[in-house]
Design a protein around this ligand. Structure first.
Ligand code: ADP
Ligand code: SF4
Ligand code: MG
Length: 287
């Protein structure tokens, strides 16, 4: 039975890069992997398929009555089956319903039964965890959800919203939280801040991924780091992350912060960073 895992995070935070490198790492270890882009941007799997064109599920559903698997998928690096749910016609429709339609079609085509994946990864836009984008963590589609975050407040705000959604659907068979993937860490305080957020919300950081030129360089070739720079340190980091993400997850529920608590928490970190960076006795003393 395949393990279904959803990876959330705000736009531009590195979901697709991280998810694709996890897929590539699993594939090079001999696992069968399906990656499903659940972001209207529809570029989730682009670095797995060298930038080759791939019609989205939603476009195919609009253009023909019964798309076949070969119409909506392509094999990428290491044999990863790449699928993009796609987005609504701009100004019309709901991206979340597109995700549901995509999952329904895959079941109808018995993709999970015929491809026999070990892992199915959903790369999901998590800026607003509305009913639509919550589809993969509702109704028992994915068993675990992870969130990619940086130390930027908006990334943490999005992570906290995912925690709320997980709590909401937990009682009716929704996904559990696997943990937080810390991405693009650059500043000295970034790691401490994310560690503290994880501790406050009863979760943990499952991997620290540094900001790396290897990522940008590989992307220019339309490749993952695993494919373009397999012997790099960054590739090893993604392999370790992949093992962690598909490993056994504690079935835990997060403890999201409510609005005012999240603001207070952020402000406290603002003081702390200011105090450290400016050596200002006054703001340091406020701690
Ligand atoms: P998302 O899918 O969340 O919208 P992407 O994965 O497309 O975000 O990443 C956005 C940009 O950030 C890309 O150009 C990607 O190469 C870059 N990026 C992501 N993670 C890293 C990293 N750890 N180091 C360097 N660049 C990164
Ligand atoms: Fe957009 Fe979500 Fe509303 Fe659908 S449910 S229209 S994806 S905000
Ligand atoms: Mg993306």
């Amino acid at each position: 039975k395949p393990k279904h895992i959803a990876i959330y995070g705000k736009g531009g935070i590195g979901k697709s890069t991280t998810t694709s490198n996890i897929s590539a790492a699993l594939a090079e270890s001999g696992f069968r992997v399906i990656q499903i882009g659940c972001d209207p941007k529809s570029d989730s799997t682009v670095i797995l398929r060298g930038g080759a064109e791939l019609p989205t599920v939603l476009d195919s559903l609009r253009d023909r009555s019964r798309p076949k698997l070969e119409d909506i998928s392509t094999l990428g690096f290491g044999g990863v089956l790449c699928i993009e749910a796609g987005g609504p016609v701009p100004g019309v429709g709901c991206a979340g319903r597109g995700i549901a339609a995509a999952v329904d079609l895959l079941e109808e085509l018995d993709v999970f039964g015929t491809f026999k994946p070990d892992y199915v990864l959903y790369d999901v836009l998590g800026d607003v965890v509305c009913g639509g984008f919550a589809v993969p963590i509702r109704d028992g589609i994915a068993e675990a959800a992870f969130v990619v975050a940086s130390s930027d407040f908006m990334a943490i705000f999005a992570a906290n919203n995912l925690f709320k959604a997980i709590d909401k659907y937990a009682a009716t068979g929704g996904a559990r939280l696997g943990g937080v993937i810390a991405n693009s860490l650059q500043t000295p305080y970034a790691r401490d801040l994310l560690d503290d957020f994880a501790a406050r919300t009863g979760t943990e950081i499952v991997g620290y991924v540094p900001r790396s030129q290897a990522v940008a360089q590989s992307e220019l070739y339309g490749q993952t780091v695993i494919e373009a720079q397999p012997y790099s340190e960054q590739a090893e980091i993604y392999r370790a992350l992949a093992r962690r993400v598909v490993g056994d997850h504690p079935t835990r529920l997060p403890k999201p912060l409510d609005g005012p608590d999240l603001k207070d928490w952020a402000k406290q970190w603002g003081d702390r960073i200011f105090g450290v960076e400016h050596g200002a006795k006054n703001s340091a003393a406020r701690l």
